[in-house]
Design a binder for this molecule. Structure first.
Ligand SMILES: [Zn+2]
Length: 335
């Protein structure tokens, strides 16, 4: 538990949550960042639900419901998803909830991207962290908005495409489905481009098919991309992970830059943007924005709940990617 800052936006605050964040997350209600149940209680409940003792049962996320000024576990009508820290497996696992929380805040605050509302909370023992996110598919009246992820949209499943199905696709092909399904393509394509670029920048190597979704907006009478979710620096936990979960291009297309250097750089994102029909000056805007906002990103990282060591590692990985994104093979210079 850390006093003195909002557990959602990370700004200085005497309470656990500032007023604007309370409005967005808890319908304006005062809320503690300490959950009313302990990690062992949580594990017990999960095991009861699973009906047997299993590691995977304890590891997965759980739904929460707001009851006045407290958040309780629930099997039905969950408005929040809680993702607790899971020990073991990969590196720096105790920092995973803080990693997801700060990465989502960087997307939201620094790059003004549309992302799910989220916070970092602690189990009753005040030591064990968990990532909390408000479900954006549950509307004010409790009704659920229909949404589909791109594995469903592309009709890719374990049965038809094997257990690697979430990764057997390209970001270019997702944009082609987007073009078919949304009436405001230009705007949605820019949101999508910015998100793919952001994932590369923040070392998110696990943005697979199920991490992009559409929902239907009855007012606009169109499908739209949902707010972004599951954004985190996966390299902090798995240093050897691939740079992106999917290829940028379909049909094994590669730029000359990629053939020469074997990493995605400026030319690749320019080519990707042009292929998915984004105007050149808009592509450049999103690319240059990463450099322009570099200091703001580091400042937010410094105020995050990450350990000091993870903050430094996260920054180092960001600098690596910025260097790659700034490098243009075509002009043979760093931009
Ligand atoms: Zn706040």
């Amino acid at each position: 538990m850390i006093q003195g800052k909002c557990h959602s936006c990370l700004k200085k605050c005497r309470d656990d949550f500032c007023l604007p964040c309370r409005k967005k997350l808890f319908n304006g209600k005062k809320m503690s960042a300490v959950l009313p149940f302990s990690r062992p209680e949580y594990n017990r409940r999960k095991q009861e639900q699973a009906g047997r003792l299993s590691i995977s049962g304890v590891q997965s996320k759980y739904s929460l419901q707001q009851n006045g000024t407290r958040l309780d576990m629930t099997e039905t009508d969950g408005e929040y998803i809680l993702k607790p820290y899971v020990p073991g497996g990969f590196e720096n696992m105790e920092d995973m909830p803080a990693n997801e929380h700060v990465t989502m805040q960087i997307a939201k605050q620094v790059f003004k991207m549309d992302v799910a509302e989220c916070a970092l909370v602690f189990f009753k023992d005040e030591q064990t962290p968990a990532y909390l996110t408000r479900r954006f598919d549950v509307m004010g009246n409790g009704e659920k908005r229909l949404q589909e992820d791109f594995a469903q949209i592309a009709q890719m499943s374990e049965d038809t495409n094997g257990n690697n199905y979430k990764y057997e696709f390209s970001y270019e092909e997702i944009s082609m489905l987007l073009k078919k399904l949304v009436s405001t393509y230009t705007l949605q394509a820019e949101r999508f481009f910015q998100l793919v670029l952001f994932n590369y920048f923040t070392n998110n190597g696990d943005a697979h098919l199920k991490n992009f979704s559409l929902f239907y907006d009855p007012l606009l009478e169109s499908h739209l991309l949902t707010p972004a979710y599951d954004l985190l620096n996966t390299r902090l936990h798995l240093p050897s992970e691939t740079a992106l979960a999917l290829d940028l291009f379909k049909d094994d297309f590669t730029t000359e830059s990629y053939v020469q250097n074997a990493f995605y750089a400026y030319d690749d994102f320019m080519a990707f943007g042009e292929k998915i029909l984004i105007r050149k000056n808009r592509i450049e805007k999103y690319i240059h924005q990463l450099s322009d906002k570099e200091d703001d990103v580091y400042a937010l990282l410094d105020t995050s709940f990450l350990s000091e060591e993870s903050k430094q590692t996260y920054k180092k990985y960001l600098m690596d990617r910025l260097k790659a994104i700034r490098y243009s093979f075509l002009t043979q210079r760093a931009l």
